[in-house]
Design a binder for this molecule. Structure first.
Ligand code: HMG
Ligand code: MG
Length: 310
């Protein structure tokens, strides 16, 4: 099985969408530059959603037009409906991500549609994307639990995955929106879907509310999954899913992958610099566990050097 893992950075979209302080386009581009310098090659850059629903993403068109295109980075944009699809394609998107929650209530809160309507809209947009040569990625949100309805049966997730793939989706991302999952659940979902469809078209998106993000990632890796979303500094959360904290921090994910012999092409020291840029832009303290550890290592080294110099 391949040891190469794609780390898909979602900090600019999932990470920022819940931030109270609006980060200007220049600030988003500064975060992106730092991520690219660290080796990031796959980025969900923004979402073409209603600016009333998510003011932070109101600049999606301008940002997308200004993304650096000559650095070997693949960009995606999240779209909630046909209008978002059209805006994204007009701005130059070649890959779109759609969102479908596994429960009635989360669809209504997130995109103001019933589960059945959201499923139909997702199918229509996927079909249109495929006809127009655009790649389509489908998120199944609340795949293990919903902030409004509680636990979600895996059969519901399997059924929605079937429908998205039948419609032509290139990839399905299983999302633990509020970070309520455990590794046994994730293993069951991914092993079942990987057996049915192969692991190549599946990916994981884990919010790290209870510090389980890495454990869930490992459970999915063991099922052959080789693509994961994460967010620089652990930024993130869905404004319409109370209790959703940040995504798994990119630096923690990359550290685990590098230490375990997986190849993702990203450098943790570079990510630490990107965390600093994200902190400057959001005016808050960020960073996964590995940032605190790296800082403590540096403090120890400095102390040892100055003791040796005395
Ligand atoms: P609505 O109010 O039902 O939409 O919102 P509508 O179709 O009735 O239209 C109302 C107005 O919005 C109209 O404008 C439309 O043109 C406009 P008006 O006539 O009032 O001036 N509109 C749009 N404008 C820009 N872009 C669009 C768009 N669509 C309609 N695409 C809607 C429905 C879906 C638009 C809204 O609820 C929405 O934008 N929701 C997005 C919510 C969101 O961004 N959630 C976070 C992303 S999902 C997530 O974080 C989960 C994920 O990370 C995985 C996980 O962790 O689970 C992916
Ligand atoms: Mg999310």
């Amino acid at each position: 099985m391949s040891d190469t893992v794609i780390v898909n950075e979602v900090g600019l979209r999932d990470g920022l969408q819940n931030q109270p302080r609006l980060v200007p386009v220049e600030g988003k581009l500064a975060i992106l530059e730092a991520l690219i310098a660290a080796g990031v090659k796959s980025v969900e850059a923004t979402s073409f959603v209603s600016p009333k629903a998510v003011p932070q993403m109101a600049d999606a068109g301008e940002l997308f037009a200004r993304l650096p295109r000559d650095r070997g980075v693949a960009y995606a944009a999240l779209v909630p409906n046909e209008k978002g699809y059209e805006r994204a394609v007009e701005a130059g998107a070649k890959t779109i991500a759609l969102v479908l929650a596994a429960t009635e209530t989360l669809n209504r809160k997130n995109i103001n549609m019933s589960l059945e309507r959201a499923t139909e809209v997702n199918i229509a947009v996927i079909k249109r994307a495929k006809a127009e040569g655009i790649e389509a990625r489908s998120y199944i949100s609340a795949a293990v639990g919903c902030p409004y309805e509680g636990g979600v049966a895996p059969e519901v997730v399997f059924g929605l995955t079937d429908r998205m793939l039948d419609a032509g989706a290139d990839e399905v991302a299983i999302a633990d929106t509020i970070g309520c999952g455990n590794p046994a659940q994730i293993k069951h979902i991914f092993s079942t879907l990987a057996q049915r469809y192969g692991p190549e078209i599946l990916s994981g998106h884990f919010h790290d509310t209870r510090g389980m993000g890495l454990t869930l990632t490992w459970a999915a890796l063991e099922c052959g999954i080789r693509k994961f979303d994460s967010s620089i500094g652990g930024l993130g959360g869905c404004p319409f899913a109370p209790g959703a904290s940040g995504n798994l921090a990119t630096e923690d994910l990359v550290f685990m992958l590098n230490e375990s012999g997986f190849e993702c092409g990203i450098d943790v020291t570079g990510l630490r610099a990107a965390v600093k840029v994200a902190e400057e832009q959001t005016k808050q303290k960020l960073g996964g566990r590995v940032v605190a550890w790296l800082e403590s290592q540096e403090r120890r080294k400095k102390a040892a050097a100055s003791a040796a110099a005395e």
